[in-house]
Design a protein around this ligand. Structure first.
Ligand code: CP
Length: 286
């Protein structure tokens, strides 16, 4: 049984397999074709202790498109720890015998690993606090490989510390030989020293012209980033760079940026469907 808890759990061969399946699902869906029962009789449980719109809906929709079914605890905090005193371990141990795969979001770093230790079915980590969010990072790398395959420099700006995307993305940046620039105190152990650069938001203007991908993150859990993508920054960026964002957006990404041809974040969000379908297929069909 394979879990996806971290970027570490997806190697180069897995990426190739998942991206190839995602391409096939993308083509079929864009041609309006149905995908006939790849996962009949399989059930996905989505267990979300923290709010989500795209990830939970996206996983449930992906499973339904593959011919499987879904069950959900949308606000797991209310039905478990807080009100009934049930531990995460008890919940997972008992529910995982009823379903085939669990997609889970939980506020505590390490919670996905804890769940995997007692689970009878694969766990997909849809973020464990600020620790990791491997499926989002996979969807991000898939978007880069489609929209800007020659990208070598990815710049993350915003509340890196509280956002789990960067920790997962650096695993894939290593595989795709990318350099990561980021604002703030973040130390990606996965990348060799020459392959990442920490800068301050005050110095962003001097570095932004190097980015092939500008990836913006909003503030979470009291983050204090003051960054906002302005016309001056857009002018300083490469003409063929792309702008990405995982949503939900905040003040860092004004809506008028949507009109700029470099905005790739709606495509990035759409790619989440193909990647989630490919991940479910990868875990359950093989
Ligand atoms: N990108 C993302 O994780 O969105 P949600 O929090 O809405 O799931």
């Amino acid at each position: 049984m394979k879990h996806i808890l971290s970027g570490h759990d997806i190697n180069e061969t897995d990426i190739k397999d998942i991206f190839q399946s995602a391409d096939e699902f993308k083509k079929l869906l864009e041609e309006g074709k149905k995908i006939h029962g790849l996962l009949p009789g399989k059930t996905l449980a989505t267990i979300f202790y923290d709010p989500s719109t795209r990830t939970r809906i996206g996983f449930e929709s992906a499973m339904l498109k593959l011919g499987g079914s879904t069950v959900s605890i949308e606000n797991a905090r209310n039905s478990t720890d807080d009100l009934r005193g049930e531990s995460l371990e008890d919940l997972i141990k008992t529910i995982s015998t009823d379903v085939d795969v669990i997609a889970m979001r939980h506020p505590e770093p390490g919670s996905a690993v804890r769940a995997s230790k007692v689970s009878h079915c694969p766990i997909i980590n849809c973020s464990d606090g600020s620790n990791e969010s491997p499926i989002q990072a996979l969807q991000d790398m898939y978007t880069i490989q489609h929209r800007k395959p020659e990208a070598k420099v990815v710049m993350f700006v915003g509340d890196i510390i509280h956002n789990p995307v960067v920790s997962s993305f650096v695993h894939f940046a290593e595989i795709f030989d990318m350099h990561v620039i980021y604002t703030g105190a973040f130390s990606p152990q996965q990348l060799p020293p020459g392959r990442h650069t920490s800068i301050s938001e005050a110095n962003l203007g001097s570095y932004i012209s190097q980015a092939d991908v500008l990836y913006l993150l909003g503030n979470r859990l009291g983050g204090i980033s003051k960054f906002k993508l302005t016309l001056d920054y857009l002018t300083a960026m490469k003409k063929d760079a792309i702008v990405m964002h995982p949503f939900p957006r905040g003040k860092e990404l004004p809506i008028d940026i949507d009109l700029d041809y470099r905005a790739a974040y709606f495509e990035q969000a759409r790619n989440g469907m193909f990647i989630r379908m490919a991940v479910l297929d990868h875990l359950l069909s093989k």
